[in-house]
Design a binder for this molecule. Structure first.
Ligand SMILES: [Zn+2]
Length: 119
């Protein structure tokens, strides 16, 4: 049976008890009032990890997730965007709207190779 922390509704008594998962209340052994089961508290920073390789049990942290996203972004802007920018099936307006290209003061068209937040 799992352990739960119960807190008394009347006094400040708290106790950790083995209880059935369905048992949400208990009786306070100090004052006899109703005790309410507490939600499990997270101690310290709860780092979210994701198992990348379950065989090797390799886990990576959440900031690596954004690193991967950044890498994907990089690929998109370095490889995909130049293709899209040169694709004649897209109108110039569409290319501008999507931020694939930009036009400088001399009316020269340039292709963006970085995501907007890196420019
Ligand atoms: Zn009590």
């Amino acid at each position: 049976m799992p352990k739960y922390t119960y807190a008394c509704d009347s006094c400040n008594n708290r106790s950790v008890r083995m209880a059935d998962a369905k048992q949400k209340t208990d009786t306070c052994d100090v004052c006899g009032s109703n005790m309410t089961r507490q939600l499990p508290s997270l101690n310290g920073p709860a780092e979210v990890t994701e198992t990348v390789d379950s065989f090797m049990n390799v886990k990576h942290r959440q900031d690596q997730k954004s690193l991967i996203k950044e890498r994907n972004d990089e690929y998109y802007w370095k490889v995909e965007v130049p293709k899209l920018a040169n694709d004649p099936t897209y109108a110039l307006e569409t290319k501008l709207e999507n931020g694939w290209i930009w036009i400088d003061d001399n009316n020269q068209i340039h292709v963006h190779d970085k995501p907007p937040y890196k420019r």
